[in-house]
Design a protein around this ligand. Structure first.
Ligand code: G3P
Length: 216
Protein backbone atom coordinates (compact mmCIF):
# COMPACT_ATOMS: atom_id res chain seq x y z
CA UNK A 1 0.00 0.00 0.00
CA UNK A 2 1.23 3.48 -0.86
CA UNK A 3 1.40 6.24 1.77
CA UNK A 4 0.43 9.77 0.77
CA UNK A 5 0.33 12.73 3.13
CA UNK A 6 -2.89 14.76 3.10
CA UNK A 7 -1.71 18.32 3.62
CA UNK A 8 -0.38 21.44 1.94
CA UNK A 9 1.91 22.15 4.91
CA UNK A 10 5.50 22.06 3.64
CA UNK A 11 7.10 21.22 6.98
CA UNK A 12 4.71 18.29 7.49
CA UNK A 13 5.48 17.11 3.95
CA UNK A 14 9.25 17.38 4.60
CA UNK A 15 8.95 15.51 7.92
CA UNK A 16 7.01 12.65 6.29
CA UNK A 17 9.39 12.57 3.32
CA UNK A 18 12.35 12.34 5.73
CA UNK A 19 10.88 9.08 7.09
CA UNK A 20 11.62 7.61 3.67
CA UNK A 21 8.19 6.00 3.30
CA UNK A 22 6.27 8.77 1.56
CA UNK A 23 4.86 7.98 -1.90
CA UNK A 24 2.91 11.15 -2.61
CA UNK A 25 0.79 14.09 -1.47
CA UNK A 26 -2.87 15.04 -1.69
CA UNK A 27 -4.21 18.55 -1.21
CA UNK A 28 -7.60 20.18 -1.48
CA UNK A 29 -8.82 23.80 -1.42
CA UNK A 30 -9.46 23.64 2.34
CA UNK A 31 -5.91 22.41 3.03
CA UNK A 32 -4.40 25.07 0.72
CA UNK A 33 -6.48 27.82 2.39
CA UNK A 34 -5.33 26.56 5.83
CA UNK A 35 -1.73 27.31 4.78
CA UNK A 36 -2.73 30.81 3.58
CA UNK A 37 -1.99 30.05 -0.09
CA UNK A 38 -3.89 32.64 -2.15
CA UNK A 39 -3.88 33.72 -5.79
CA UNK A 40 -3.31 31.64 -8.90
CA UNK A 41 0.46 32.21 -9.17
CA UNK A 42 1.05 31.35 -5.51
CA UNK A 43 -1.10 28.23 -5.82
CA UNK A 44 0.86 26.99 -8.85
CA UNK A 45 4.18 27.84 -7.13
CA UNK A 46 3.11 25.94 -4.01
CA UNK A 47 2.34 22.81 -6.03
CA UNK A 48 5.73 23.12 -7.76
CA UNK A 49 7.42 23.37 -4.36
CA UNK A 50 5.59 20.26 -3.11
CA UNK A 51 6.73 18.40 -6.25
CA UNK A 52 10.33 19.41 -5.52
CA UNK A 53 10.12 17.83 -2.03
CA UNK A 54 8.36 14.54 -2.85
CA UNK A 55 9.20 12.14 -5.64
CA UNK A 56 5.67 10.83 -6.14
CA UNK A 57 2.17 11.75 -7.22
CA UNK A 58 0.84 15.12 -6.05
CA UNK A 59 -2.91 15.70 -6.31
CA UNK A 60 -3.85 19.28 -7.23
CA UNK A 61 -7.56 20.07 -7.23
CA UNK A 62 -9.46 22.04 -9.88
CA UNK A 63 -11.56 24.87 -8.46
CA UNK A 64 -14.16 25.11 -11.21
CA UNK A 65 -17.22 22.89 -11.69
CA UNK A 66 -18.00 23.08 -15.42
CA UNK A 67 -16.39 20.84 -18.03
CA UNK A 68 -14.57 23.48 -20.11
CA UNK A 69 -13.10 25.29 -17.11
CA UNK A 70 -12.08 22.04 -15.41
CA UNK A 71 -10.24 20.92 -18.55
CA UNK A 72 -8.48 24.30 -18.88
CA UNK A 73 -7.51 24.32 -15.20
CA UNK A 74 -6.41 20.68 -15.28
CA UNK A 75 -4.14 21.32 -18.27
CA UNK A 76 -2.45 24.19 -16.39
CA UNK A 77 -2.02 22.06 -13.25
CA UNK A 78 -0.68 19.06 -15.18
CA UNK A 79 1.89 21.30 -16.89
CA UNK A 80 3.50 22.16 -13.52
CA UNK A 81 5.23 18.78 -13.13
CA UNK A 82 4.86 15.22 -14.50
CA UNK A 83 3.89 14.01 -11.00
CA UNK A 84 0.81 16.23 -10.80
CA UNK A 85 -2.47 14.30 -10.68
CA UNK A 86 -5.51 16.49 -11.41
CA UNK A 87 -8.10 16.16 -8.65
CA UNK A 88 -11.66 16.40 -9.95
CA UNK A 89 -14.89 16.38 -7.92
CA UNK A 90 -17.46 13.58 -8.35
CA UNK A 91 -20.04 15.56 -10.31
CA UNK A 92 -21.48 15.11 -13.81
CA UNK A 93 -19.06 17.51 -15.51
CA UNK A 94 -16.29 16.02 -13.37
CA UNK A 95 -16.89 12.58 -14.88
CA UNK A 96 -16.81 14.11 -18.38
CA UNK A 97 -13.58 15.90 -17.51
CA UNK A 98 -11.99 12.73 -16.08
CA UNK A 99 -12.78 10.93 -19.34
CA UNK A 100 -11.27 13.82 -21.32
CA UNK A 101 -8.13 13.80 -19.17
CA UNK A 102 -7.81 9.99 -19.49
CA UNK A 103 -8.09 10.25 -23.28
CA UNK A 104 -5.43 12.95 -23.30
CA UNK A 105 -2.85 11.29 -21.04
CA UNK A 106 -3.52 13.36 -17.90
CA UNK A 107 -3.88 11.39 -14.67
CA UNK A 108 -6.77 12.16 -12.30
CA UNK A 109 -7.97 11.63 -8.75
CA UNK A 110 -11.77 11.60 -8.44
CA UNK A 111 -12.55 13.20 -5.08
CA UNK A 112 -15.55 13.47 -2.76
CA UNK A 113 -16.60 9.85 -3.31
CA UNK A 114 -19.13 8.47 -0.82
CA UNK A 115 -20.71 5.48 -2.59
CA UNK A 116 -19.83 2.41 -4.65
CA UNK A 117 -21.91 3.75 -7.55
CA UNK A 118 -19.78 6.89 -7.67
CA UNK A 119 -16.63 4.74 -7.57
CA UNK A 120 -17.86 2.69 -10.55
CA UNK A 121 -18.52 5.86 -12.57
CA UNK A 122 -15.04 7.21 -11.74
CA UNK A 123 -13.41 3.95 -12.84
CA UNK A 124 -15.48 3.80 -16.04
CA UNK A 125 -14.35 7.36 -16.88
CA UNK A 126 -10.72 6.28 -16.44
CA UNK A 127 -9.76 7.95 -13.16
CA UNK A 128 -6.26 6.98 -11.98
CA UNK A 129 -7.39 7.23 -8.35
CA UNK A 130 -10.75 7.28 -6.60
CA UNK A 131 -10.96 8.94 -3.18
CA UNK A 132 -13.61 7.63 -0.78
CA UNK A 133 -13.76 9.92 2.29
CA UNK A 134 -13.89 7.37 5.05
CA UNK A 135 -13.71 9.72 8.06
CA UNK A 136 -16.63 11.80 6.79
CA UNK A 137 -18.65 8.63 6.15
CA UNK A 138 -17.98 7.52 9.74
CA UNK A 139 -19.04 11.03 10.88
CA UNK A 140 -22.40 10.48 9.19
CA UNK A 141 -22.98 7.23 11.07
CA UNK A 142 -22.04 4.85 8.24
CA UNK A 143 -18.95 2.64 7.97
CA UNK A 144 -16.26 4.17 5.75
CA UNK A 145 -14.11 1.03 5.80
CA UNK A 146 -17.02 -1.06 4.51
CA UNK A 147 -17.13 1.22 1.48
CA UNK A 148 -13.41 0.66 0.83
CA UNK A 149 -13.97 -3.12 0.98
CA UNK A 150 -17.00 -2.89 -1.34
CA UNK A 151 -15.13 -0.82 -3.94
CA UNK A 152 -12.09 -3.12 -3.70
CA UNK A 153 -14.35 -6.12 -4.36
CA UNK A 154 -16.10 -4.47 -7.34
CA UNK A 155 -12.84 -3.26 -8.93
CA UNK A 156 -11.34 -6.72 -8.47
CA UNK A 157 -14.34 -8.56 -9.96
CA UNK A 158 -14.62 -6.11 -12.86
CA UNK A 159 -10.90 -5.69 -13.53
CA UNK A 160 -10.92 -1.89 -13.10
CA UNK A 161 -7.41 -0.44 -12.86
CA UNK A 162 -8.35 2.68 -10.88
CA UNK A 163 -6.50 2.75 -7.55
CA UNK A 164 -8.49 3.15 -4.34
CA UNK A 165 -7.12 6.06 -2.34
CA UNK A 166 -8.56 6.02 1.20
CA UNK A 167 -9.02 9.69 2.15
CA UNK A 168 -10.36 11.62 5.12
CA UNK A 169 -8.21 9.44 7.38
CA UNK A 170 -8.47 10.54 10.99
CA UNK A 171 -6.38 8.03 12.97
CA UNK A 172 -3.86 5.17 12.70
CA UNK A 173 -6.61 2.52 12.91
CA UNK A 174 -8.22 3.96 9.76
CA UNK A 175 -4.90 3.28 7.98
CA UNK A 176 -4.65 -0.31 9.24
CA UNK A 177 -8.27 -1.06 8.40
CA UNK A 178 -8.00 0.57 4.94
CA UNK A 179 -4.97 -1.64 4.25
CA UNK A 180 -6.96 -4.70 5.34
CA UNK A 181 -9.95 -3.70 3.20
CA UNK A 182 -7.86 -3.42 0.04
CA UNK A 183 -7.03 0.29 -0.38
CA UNK A 184 -4.08 0.78 -2.75
CA UNK A 185 -3.20 4.11 -1.12
CA UNK A 186 -3.90 5.86 2.18
CA UNK A 187 -3.63 9.61 2.35
CA UNK A 188 -3.15 10.67 5.95
CA UNK A 189 -2.39 13.66 8.14
CA UNK A 190 1.14 13.55 9.59
CA UNK A 191 -0.27 12.83 13.07
CA UNK A 192 -1.94 9.61 11.86
CA UNK A 193 1.26 8.40 10.19
CA UNK A 194 3.34 9.13 13.31
CA UNK A 195 0.59 7.62 15.48
CA UNK A 196 1.29 4.25 13.87
CA UNK A 197 4.73 4.25 15.52
CA UNK A 198 3.31 4.27 19.01
CA UNK A 199 2.91 1.36 21.39
CA UNK A 200 3.48 1.59 25.16
CA UNK A 201 5.14 -1.86 25.22
CA UNK A 202 7.67 -0.64 22.63
CA UNK A 203 8.55 2.32 24.89
CA UNK A 204 8.76 0.13 28.01
CA UNK A 205 10.77 -2.55 26.22
CA UNK A 206 13.24 -0.02 24.82
CA UNK A 207 13.67 1.67 28.22
CA UNK A 208 14.48 -1.76 29.72
CA UNK A 209 16.93 -2.64 26.91
CA UNK A 210 18.73 0.70 27.34
CA UNK A 211 18.90 0.18 31.10
CA UNK A 212 20.27 -3.35 30.68
CA UNK A 213 22.74 -2.16 28.03
CA UNK A 214 24.51 -0.19 30.77
CA UNK A 215 25.37 -3.53 32.42
CA UNK A 216 26.85 -5.00 29.25
O1 G3P B 1 -8.33 13.72 1.66
C1 G3P B 1 -9.53 14.34 1.98
C2 G3P B 1 -9.38 15.00 3.27
O2 G3P B 1 -8.53 16.10 3.20
C3 G3P B 1 -10.64 15.34 3.96
O3 G3P B 1 -10.36 15.11 5.28
O4 G3P B 1 -10.69 15.25 7.67
O5 G3P B 1 -11.57 17.06 6.15
O6 G3P B 1 -12.66 14.83 6.21
P1 G3P B 1 -11.38 15.60 6.39
Amino acid sequence: MKFFIDTANLSHIKEAADLGILDGVTTNPSLMAKEGIKGNDNILRHYAEICSIVDGDVSAEVLSTDFDSMVAEGKTLAAIHPNIVVKVPMIKDGIKAIKWFADNGIRTNCTLVFSAGQAILAAKAGASYVSPFIGRIDDSNWDGIELIAQIAHIYNVQGFETEILAASIRNPLHIVRSAEAGAHVCTCPLASILGMLKHPLTDLGLAQFLEDAKKM
